[in-house]
Design a binder for this molecule. Structure first.
Ligand code: CTP
Ligand code: MG
Length: 231
């Protein structure tokens, strides 16, 4: 039995949450680190569950933490919890395999983007519903970007105007994501990358600064501030 949110929703959200959080420093797996006294994963799932189109949420938890994550999320939202894998891509594949028949839009959303507003979930889902096979939320790149070679010598400057920083949730027509994962080779850091390799066009929509990925200690401090000021 798979838990459901809105039975009339057409969206399944996969939440990879099985990472260690090495860049955040020593401690619990990142999705279980606290932000304002609650784990990052609780914040992320609560916001996803608040998006009205969401039918199903599947979380990929650290393999030794499935029962604990199930108990943690029970009071937050009805979710299915599966063990994640050694790479993010394997965690997403495990969650995808647990999506029940029905939802034809699948979103993949990092637990580490704990403060992502429900409106971003809706806007990505809505772009897929309108006919795009693959949709990613993006922000313009603000820094100048340089390619650097051996011994930290600059090789060149990349044209920033053509660059975008990519966030999650990334949205897909279910069959497109399933085919991309079935054909996947070496692990990539996002799902749109797999879909691109299949030659499927990927549409960019505006992202949100609040969907920042909590990666390093500075990001966690920033997220604490954002939460304390009403996010
Ligand atoms: N993730 C996962 N399974 C893995 C690795 C990552 O489900 N084997 C998830 C993380 O839990 C996170 C998201 O993928 O929600 C994005 O990954 P990242 O920010 O890199 O998190 P970690 O891998 O935990 O962090 P680090 O790379 O610093 O160890
Ligand atoms: Mg990682």
């Amino acid at each position: 039995m798979t838990a459901q949110l809105n039975p009339r929703g057409d969206v399944a959200v996969l939440v990879p949450a099985a990472g260690a959080g090495v860049r955040l420093g020593p401690g619990a797996p990142k999705a279980l680190r606290l932000l304002g006294g609650e784990p990052l994963l609780v914040h992320a799932v609560r916001r996803v569950a608040a998006a009205p189109s969401v039918h199903t949420i599947v979380v990929a938890a650290p393999a030794n933490g499935v029962t604990a994550v199930r108990e943690l999320l029970a009071p937050v939202a009805p979710v299915t919890v599966v063990p994640g894998g050694a790479e993010r891509q394997a965690s997403v594949a495990a969650a995808l395999a647990a999506v029940p028949p029905g939802p034809w839009i699948v979103l993949v959303h990092d637990a580490a983007r704990a403060l992502t507003p429900p409106e971003l979930v809706e806007s990505v889902a809505s772009a897929v519903r309108s006919g795009d096979d693959a949709v990613i939320p993006v922000l313009p790149v603000v820094d100048t970007i340089k390619e650097v070679g051996a011994a930290e010598i600059v090789l060149g400057t990349v044209d920033r105007a053509a660059l975008r920083a990519v966030q999650t949730p990334q949205g897909f027509r279910r069959s497109v994501l399933t085919a991309a994962h079935a054909a996947a080779g070496d692990p990539l850091t996002d799902d749109a990358g797999l879909v691109e390799k299949q030659g499927v066009p990927v549409r960019c929509v505006p992202g949100s600064e609040y969907a920042l990925k909590i990666t390093r200690p500075f990001d966690l401090a920033l997220a604490e501030h954002l939460l304390a000021t009403g996010r």
